[in-house]
Design a protein around this ligand. Structure first.
Ligand code: ZN
Length: 243
């Protein structure tokens, strides 16, 4: 698995992958790098990828902000909106904020969604699908608020979209959130930064600070699931190898 992760990171071709096609309902070729698999709606690993990043971010709030109230997939954030869930991780009130943040996580494939390619189309904006997803999710949230008969002032959360690319890049909202998180972290710990040991974090990650540790874990979760999508089911690390 780790050799596939590393090869994928370096964009080396994966031997064996080009002989495979996607899901039976799709049948498109997987391709030399497997880019199609990151995006295809028939891919079976996308939910696991999303949920892993969600859980890492929830844990980050519990460990670094000492936020015991944070939950995943909360159902009751927007009363009157049926089964619509505005957030994957919520609610978390950062020191100084008026409303708790409702964090909605999106992971998009920049290669498939824009035609961006490091060699073929390097000038296209690779972050466009992330920023588009952010706008789309915020627009949907605004519509749901209206449908629930509420004004934006009555809503009890601040919608924050964290969009990540399958390459590991962060969207605009995610980068802004990281700054907010760092501020909240400093306020919670009153300027005295706890060490990795203080928080009982695994120092084998080579992360020098707790925030860096979680940033690495988000990236690692995405990279792991990219590799997983390439070797899952009948494909395996014995048939998909580094060329
Ligand atoms: Zn497909």
């Amino acid at each position: 698995m780790y050799s596939v992760m590393l090869a994928d990171r370096l964009r080396l071709p994966l031997r064996g992958l080009q002989q495979h096609t996607c899901h039976a309902n799709c049948q498109q070729p997987a391709g030399t790098h497997g880019d199609h698999l990151d995006h295809c709606v028939y891919g079976s690993g996308h939910t696991a990828r999303h949920d892993k990043v969600r859980d890492v971010i929830a844990e980050m709030h519990r460990t670094l902000l000492r936020d015991r109230a944070v939950t995943t997939e909360a159902l009751d954030l927007l009363p009157g909106a049926g089964d619509y869930r505005p957030a994957d991780v919520a609610p978390s009130l950062y020191p100084g904020d008026n409303k708790p943040k409702a964090l909605d996580i999106y992971i998009g494939s920049v290669v498939q969604e824009t035609g961006w390619h490091p060699n073929k189309n390097p000038t296209l904006d690779p972050l466009k699908p992330l920023n588009d997803a952010e706008t789309r999710k915020k627009d949907l949230d605004a519509t749901k608020v209206i449908q629930a008969g509420l004004t934006p002032q009555q809503v009890q959360y601040e919608k924050v979209v964290l969009a990540f690319a399958t390459t590991g890049a962060w969207g605009r909202g995610a980068l802004a959130w990281r700054k907010d998180f760092l501020k909240a972290f400093n306020k919670v710990h009153e300027g005295a930064q706890p060490t990795m040991d203080d928080l009982d974090l695994d120092t084998n990650w080579n992360a020098l600070s707790p925030l860096e540790y979680y940033t690495q874990r988000i990236a690692f979760s995405i990279a792991y699931h990219r590799a997983f999508l390439r070797v899952r089911r009948r494909w395996s690390t014995t048939t998909v190898t580094v060329a």
